[in-house]
Design a protein around this ligand. Sequence first.
Ligand SMILES: C=C(O[C@H]1C=CC=C(C(=O)O)[C@@H]1O)C(=O)O
Length: 461
Amino acid sequence: MNHQLSSTIGDQKDTEKTTLQFFSETIEVSTLSPLAFFHAGEEEFTGQRFFWQNPDQTFTLVGLGHAHIIESGLNEGRFEEVDQQWKKLTQHVLTNEENVRPVLFGGFTFDPANTQTGEWDDVPEAFFAAATYQLIIRNGHSYISTNYIAEREDAGLFQKLCKKRDELLRASYTLEKVEYDKPIVVESTEPNKAAYLTSIEQVTNLIQKKEADKVVIARSHVLKFQEPVASANVLAQLMNEQQNSYLFGLEYKNSFFFGASPERLVKVQDAYAYSSCIAGSIKRGRTSDEDERLGLELYNDTKNRSEHQYVVDMIGKTFKDNCSSYTIPSQPELLKIRDIQHLFTPVEGHLKNGATILQLAKTLHPTPALGGVPRMRAMEVIRQYEPMNRGLYAAPIGWLDDRNNGEFAVAIRSALLNSSKAFLYAGGGIVADSTPQSEYEETLVKFRPMVRALGGQLDDE
Ligand SMILES: C=C(O[C@H]1C=CC=C(C(=O)O)[C@@H]1O)C(=O)O
C-alpha cells in the first residue's frame, strides 16, 4: 500500500532501519450503524472491542481487534507511561487520510493503591488499545481505518486485513436490523448494603470532626442473568434508553465495562480544553411542575451547592494552572438527564504550550465529584471505609489521537459485565450533614440507567 501512503511524521529513511511504524489505511463507507459494526466483530474479536459515543452523537468510535496494546501496572506514573508509549508508537504514522487519525482508547483504574480483591483483580491500572479496525463516525461521515504496526510495510498482511475488513463491513450491513432481547435477570443482590450504610455514618462523623471536607462513597449492586449477556446487546439497550450521555464500552478478556455517563473529565481539540463540574443531585419530577420544583430545590440547597463548589474550585485551579486564558461561570446551571438532575458548571480554556490531554486527565483525576477534599485524605478514607474496589468505575475512560486531541469521560453510571453476572456501581458526595438513607436513595436513582440496560428492578421502583 505504500504508493498510497505518505509519511506524516519523521524521516522514513531513518525509521526503516529499526523503528516501528504505524500503518493506517482509511476508507470512507456509506452510513453504517456503529452497533452493527461492533456486533460484526463478535466471532473474531470478542474481548478486543471498544465503543464510544459523545452525548451529542457527533463523534462515534468503535474498535475491533488489537493492533497494539498499551498497559501499565504502575501506581505512580501510569498516565506518563501511556503518554510516552503512545507518542513513541505514533512517531511514524503512515496514512492515506490526513484527517482521520489513529486513536488509542482505554481507561485508568480509580485507585491503584486499593488492594481489595474482587471482580477487578485481572484489570491493569491502565489499559489502552489501538484497534486493528477503527470506525469513526464524524459529522455524518463514516471512516474505517485498517491499522497495523510493524518495522516495515507488509503487503501480504495488509491484503489479509483488508479482506477481513470487507467481510466485517458486509456483515455490519446485514446486522443493522437485529433486535436484541432484554437480558433476563434471575437474581438481584446488594452485597454490601449494611457495610455501605455504616460507612456513610462513619464518614459523616469523620467529616463532622473536620478530618475531611467531602468524601464520595460508592457501593455496588449485583445482577445475575438467565444466560450470558452479549456486549452488543447491552450497548443496544443503552443506545435506545440513554441519550445525552457518553456511551462507552471496553472489553477486557471475558469482561465488558460499560456505562452512560453525563460527566466529561476533559476534552482537548486544537489546544483548547473543556471540562465539566458535575456534583449535587436530585431526582427528576413526574410532572414538569414537580421537576421544576425539584430543580429549584437542588439549586438553592446549601449542602448540594457546597458539594458542587469543591469541584468548581479544583477544576478551576487546574485550568488556571494549565491555560493562558479560561472561563468559568460564577453560578452553576441545572443539567437534566433521564433519571436525575445535577448542578453543572462548564469550564474551558486555551492550553498553554505543551500540556497533553493525559497530563490534564492525571491532574484532574479524581475530581472532588468522585474522590473528595482534601484529595489525599479523601482517598485514604475511601480505601478504609468503602466496601469494594472501584476498578474502572468513577475513573477516566476515553480516547486520544496522535495530535493531542481526545476526550475522557468520568466512568460513572457504569457496570462490569462478566458473562451472566454484572456489577453495577453508584456513589455520592458525603458532607457534614449527609444521612445514610438519603445517600442510599440517591444511589438507587444513579443505578437506574444500568438497570434499564440490563433488566431487573431496584427497591425504589
Ligand atoms: C459518584 C457518582 O456521581 C457523582 C457525579 C455527579 C453527582 C454526584 C453527587 O451528587 O453526589 C457524584 O459526585 C455516581 O453517579 O456514581
